[in-house]
Ligand binder design. Structure first.
Ligand code: CO
Length: 189
């Protein structure tokens, strides 16, 4: 009951897609966050709620129409125990300090529904950011979590996965209800 009441105070924010009237915000540079107050905390809660509702692993402020350097990420520490090890990251004013390795993987984006992209990303990044209280955090992340951080930080710089894609696919469901990926020659984001 308590949980339900708590969640009812959170808002599902509208996600800006490439087809939205406000799509331009996805390409805008973002501003550093300087105020770490209750308003920021409410925004972070709403962003996490919105990301979960949309089944996303990450959500960046431009995707909800805000030009601020904020993103939220939720990903399990142990992919074999996703529920027990789910961890959330509130990533404010992030910077990639170090990056190593390169691996291709297939990504999706809440702002590009129905698209998948093969993107080469670093397999390790050292990222510096601030938490909701403005305290500096340095974090080493690997593999899929490193990929999510790079994808989200790209959003804060107006970069979309389609800009980096080696290949793009349209996600379609066939008559049997199975998901199929149809390769695309070119996609304008
Ligand atoms: Co995205």
């Amino acid at each position: 009951m308590e949980q339900a009441r708590k969640e009812s105070r959170m808002a599902v924010l509208e996600i800006v897609t490439a087809k939205s009237a406000r799509a331009g915000i996805l390409r805008n540079p973002t501003r550093r966050v300087r105020t770490f107050d209750a308003g920021l905390h409410k925004l972070l809660e709403d962003m996490i709620f919105t990301m979960r509702e949309a089944n996303g692993a990450g959500l960046a402020a431009p995707q909800i129409g805000l030009d601020q350097r904020i993103s939220v990420i939720e990903w399990p520490e142990d992919p074999d125990k996703p529920e027990e090890t789910l961890r959330r990251y509130e990533v404010i004013n992030p910077e990639i300090i170090k990056a190593k390795g390169a691996e291709e993987g297939q990504e999706g984006c809440l702002s590009l529904p129905g698209l998948a992209a093969d993107v080469v990303r670093a397999t390790f990044v050292l990222v510096k950011f601030q938490n909701r209280h403005g305290q500096e955090v340095r974090l080493k992340v690997y593999d899929w979590l490193a990929r999510i951080f790079q994808h989200e930080i790209d959003h804060l710089n107006g970069v979309l996965m389609t800009d980096r894609a080696e290949a793009l696919y349209r996600i379609v469901e066939n008559e049997q209800g199975e998901v199929e990926l149809i390769p695309l020659e070119r996609v304008a984001a």
